[in-house]
Design a protein. Structure first.
Length: 285
């Protein structure tokens, strides 16, 4: 493909995105409403569910990994921090993976840029993730004021203003993975079940329920550090949790560069895979 052809293709995609951006917002709004349509508490579950998960996991794993150290200042907040990022990635990728099958009837009848469906699934999940952040702030304040589980050691630093960086990284990373899965799952339905098993394994392969210092096997530590999700969780924790215990003046530049490369690289691959195979999706729905 020539340089001019590539530029025309990009310009066309940008124009199409602008044309359908209102539809993307409407699909995102619809997905948020449908998620809690039959629930009495409605969207309040976006606040309550992560809180209940934190309480249960803190009770189960707190005795094992809840001792205060430089990594685990306050175990419930430490756990909540990692679980927030993991739950967003897990839910966003699963919802985007089934987005075509869920909207098959519309796709067969009406022309809409097909990337609108996985994108709206991911963005609606990001909305509930943002609501969960409010719950996280309340939990953080509670443990800070009460001092329970080492909460008195929690501190606020100016790094809190950088929290949008890991949030943006995990959003971009989820879009890239979601685009790939949304296409692959149309052709190979078994991917949905394989991905479910993989994400369950991922929960225990990333330091969410335990600090990385508990792992003493060098090659396992290396595998964990190579996981982009671990990098993004660690950046998030550097912003909101570690406070003065982080010796770096800003955020770890190595983590920032690695997370950026993984997020952008995954997004590029996701767009390439999607553009290559999306036209064939309708024949397999």
């Amino acid at each position: 493909m020539s340089k001019n052809s590539a530029k025309k293709l990009i310009d066309h995609d940008v124009e199409m995105f602008k044309k359908y951006k209102d539809l993307l917002m409407e699909l995102t709004r619809k997905n948020v409403k449908l998620k809690y349509r039959s629930s009495w508490l409605g969207i309040f579950w976006s606040f309550l569910q992560p809180l209940l998960n934190m309480i249960v996991l803190s009770v189960v794993f707190g005795a094992l990994f809840g001792k205060s150290n430089k990594e685990v200042i306050c175990f419930p907040v430490y756990l909540f921090t990692g679980r927030l990022i993991y739950d967003f990635f897990n839910t966003a990728t699963k919802q985007s993976m089934i987005s075509f099958r869920r909207n098959a009837a519309i796709i067969k009848k009406v022309y809409v840029p097909k990337y609108m469906y996985p994108l709206s699934s991911i963005f609606s999940t990001f909305v509930t993730f943002a609501i969960s952040i409010v719950c996280y702030i309340c939990v953080w304040i509670f443990f800070k004021l009460t001092g329970f589980s080492g909460g008195a050691n929690l501190t606020v630093t100016w790094r809190i203003f950088l929290v949008f960086i890991p949030m943006l990284y995990v959003l971009i990373f989820s879009v890239g993975v979601g685009l790939i899965l949304s296409v692959v799952c149309v052709f190979f339905r078994d991917v949905e079940y394989i991905w479910d098993v993989f994400t369950r394994l991922l929960l225990y392969m990333v330091p969410i329920l335990y600090p990385l210092s508990k792992i003493t096997t060098p090659w396992i530590v290396m595998v964990i550090k190579l996981n982009p999700l671990y990098t993004m969780i660690e950046l998030f924790r550097q912003c909101v949790l570690y406070g003065d215990l982080v010796t770096a003046p800003v955020l770890s530049w190595k983590l920032l560069l690695y997370a950026f490369a993984c997020a952008i690289g995954t997004l590029i691959v996701g767009i390439w895979v999607f553009n290559k195979y999306s036209d064939k999706i309708v024949y397999h729905l």
